[in-house]
Design a protein around this ligand. Structure first.
Ligand code: LRH
Ligand code: MN
Ligand code: MN
Length: 388
């Protein structure tokens, strides 16, 4: 197996983007349990995200969701983020909350509604120019609930046409990243349900259109690392939305439900050239914290990704390749498992200290007094998402 000192320089390349909405109160359709000190503004969400970076060194960017993070002056918001020690990242569009989109957005049969949805994406691109964001991330709630409700083929054609218009509007350095999800809120059919549909749509657009893989958006039992491998092989894996799930789109802390799955995914990322500063694969979290505290929830999340990345980097790929070629089924499996079972927490703590970071970011955040300060200063924090 590789030594920790061999992989240490690679760990320095890790950057995980945080979702602004993880810092607001959000949760299930049932009770949304608030946290004292919840941000009331996009600025306060960014300030909280900056704490995660301050204590872990892992999260230099914050993704925005429009209109949840709508402000008058995006350049000023970007400058504010820089003052906090982070920068603005992906812009997420949102065509799933207006009454107009009840029967669809960019796939809608009514050209006026379709135009409204396209215009929203144009607005997001304008914002990207002001924030310096590279990626426009599109997730669509479009779909139907009943067989016969919509013409699935016509909807796919309209999707393609709308995406073309949006793609054409991007700047030369900007990318379109299309996220898929197998169900919810539509239950009979979803217009972008799987990686294949997302791939077919983005492949038709061009080089700067990519697929986003949200780890919570697959049927139970799906081999997600296979999808990772395939998209990297095809040069179309643009981004991850990391989270974990037991049943559906649970949006729980990444690596909490199934650390082994996270390890397997990250191993394929490394294997396929998707890791590192120049890989073109954006690592993002997409999570909600309903019963746990939000800033520690995000700290735990980035540390989980870091731990499984370190283990994935430790795999002895030469020995693995040899075992695979020799047809050594159990030998190959044990080489992978050796890396997975390696506890990297102590060397990671040392590595953090060597870079001027706290050995234990959770404890350092608790000791900082930030939580107490925001609880006193902020009253009436914002709802982040679905129930708004
Ligand atoms: C959809 C989704 C998508 C949205 C986010 C709030 O389930 O994963 O990425 O933008 O949740
Ligand atoms: Mn997502
Ligand atoms: Mn989701």
């Amino acid at each position: 197996m590789a030594q920790f000192s061999d992989i240490a320089p690679l760990l320095a390349e890790q950057a995980i983007e945080l979702p602004s909405w993880a810092f607001g109160n959000s949760g299930t359709r049932f009770r949304v349990f608030g946290t004292p000190g919840t941000p009331r503004t996009p600025q306060e969400k960014i300030a909280d995200a900056a704490q995660v970076h301050k204590f872990t060194g892992l999260a230099p960017k914050v993704a925005l969701h429009i209109p949840w993070d709508k402000v008058d002056d995006y350049a000023a918001l970007g400058a504010y983020a820089n003052e906090q020690g982070v920068s603005l990242g992906t812009i997420n569009s949102n065509t799933f909350q207006d009454d107009a989109y009840k029967l669809g957005s960019v796939t809608h049969s009514d050209p006026r509604i379709r135009q409204k949805a396209i215009d929203h994406h144009f607005e997001c691109i304008d914002i990207m120019h002001k924030t310096g964001s590279k990626d426009l991330k599109i997730w669509l709630a479009d779909g139907t609930n009943y067989p016969g409700q919509g013409d699935m083929r016509a909807r796919q054609d309209r999707l393609s046409d709308s995406l073309q218009q949006i793609y054409a509007r991007l700047g030369t350095e900007q990318r379109l990243v299309l996220e898929y999800k197998f169900f919810e809120p539509a239950f009979y059919h979803t217009d972008v349900p799987d990686w294949g549909t997302s791939y077919a749509q983005v492949a038709a657009l061009g080089e700067r259109a990519m697929v986003c893989l949200d780890t919570g958006h697959h049927a139970p039992g799906t081999n997600i690392e296979f999808i990772v491998m395939q998209l990297l092989r095809l040069g179309k894996l643009g981004a991850f939305d990391f989270n974990s799930r037991f049943y559906a789109d649970d949006d729980l802390i990444v690596g909490a439900a199934d650390p082994f799955q996270l390890f397997r995914i990250l191993f394929e990322v490394v294997r396929g050239g998707g890791y590192g500063t120049d890989s073109g694969v954006a690592f993002m979290l997409d999570q909600c914290h309903n019963i746990e505290e939000k800033i520690p929830g995000q700290i735990r999340s980035v540390l989980n990704v870091q731990e499984m990345t370190a283990r994935a980097l430790l795999v002895d790929t030469d020995a693995l390749g040899a075992a695979q070629s020799a047809g050594d089924v159990l030998g190959a499996n044990s080489i992978l498992m050796d890396a997975f079972y390696t506890d990297v927490r102590a060397p990671l703590a040392e590595w953090r200290e060597s870079r001027g970071l706290p050995a234990d970011p959770m404890a350092a955040f608790t000791a900082s007094g930030y939580r107490e300060r925001i609880s006193e200063e902020r009253v009436g924090g914002a709802q982040a998402s679905w129930g708004a």
